[in-house]
Ligand binder design. Structure first.
Ligand SMILES: Cc1cc2nc3c(=O)[nH]c(=O)nc-3n(C[C@H](O)[C@H](O)[C@H](O)COP(=O)(O)O)c2cc1C
Length: 180
């Protein structure tokens, strides 16, 4: 169980964002407090109201003018663990290179907590040398990874790049927080 554990769930702009709503639900069921931070692109895939209703907390999206003086440092200090699911090619590239371009990447770079990344993308993007380089660098920086798996992808394709299922991500969260 994750009773009272504070988990920040970052959601980026991939098709697998729909699975993150179920992940949020499973984390809440396990007793965690879940704060969702969505990128602008993620908001195009799943409405923020869905995550707000599941977690009981408004979704954070804005670095500026969002009601908090310093949202990224507040969120980073609050989180015991940051889970990014799905983690896009773009998110991996930004984080690997220390680029703080929006609320989520600023929060990740301001964090001292553990970070668990669940990459999701088409096989070509996953296997691109730039992505693999970024993944190596992120592992070297101490970030944890779950997946991606090989399987069916959006648009009828198949191969490596499919986001791990919410249950597998939940198991990784429990392991990292010492609750498994
Ligand atoms: C229909 C559609 C599906 C997409 N799926 C993915 C995906 O699964 N993984 C990925 O890395 N990018 C995907 N993209 C591209 C990202 O949305 C795009 O790179 C975006 O800039 C990511 O922004 P973010 O990382 O700030 O969320 C998709 C784009 C479209 C239009």
């Amino acid at each position: 169980m994750l009773s009272g554990r504070r988990i920040l769930l970052g959601v980026t702009g991939g098709i697998a964002a729909y699975k993150s709503a179920y992940l949020a639900r499973r984390l809440v069921e396990a007793g965690a407090e879940v704060q969702v931070v969505m990128t602008e692109a993620a908001d195009r895939f799943v409405g923020r109201q869905t995550f707000a209703a599941i977690t009981g907390r408004p979704v954070a999206t804005e670095l500026f003018d969002g009601g908090s003086v310093s949202p990224h440092t507040d969120l980073a200090a609050w989180a015991e663990l940051i889970v990014v699911a799905p983690a896009t090619t773009n998110l991996l590239g930004n984080l690997a290179n220390g680029l703080a371009t929006d609320l989520l990447t600023n929060t990740l770079l301001a964090a001292r907590s553990g970070v668990l990344l669940a990459p999701a993308m088409h096989t070509e993007m996953w296997e691109h040398p730039a992505t693999q380089r970024n993944v190596e660098r992120l592992r070297g920086d101490g970030h944890e990874m779950v997946g991606p798996e090989s399987g069916e992808l959006a648009g009828g394709d198949a191969g490596p790049g499919r986001m791990s299922e919410p249950e597998a991500i939940l198991a990784a969260v429990e392991r990292l927080l010492g609750d498994a």
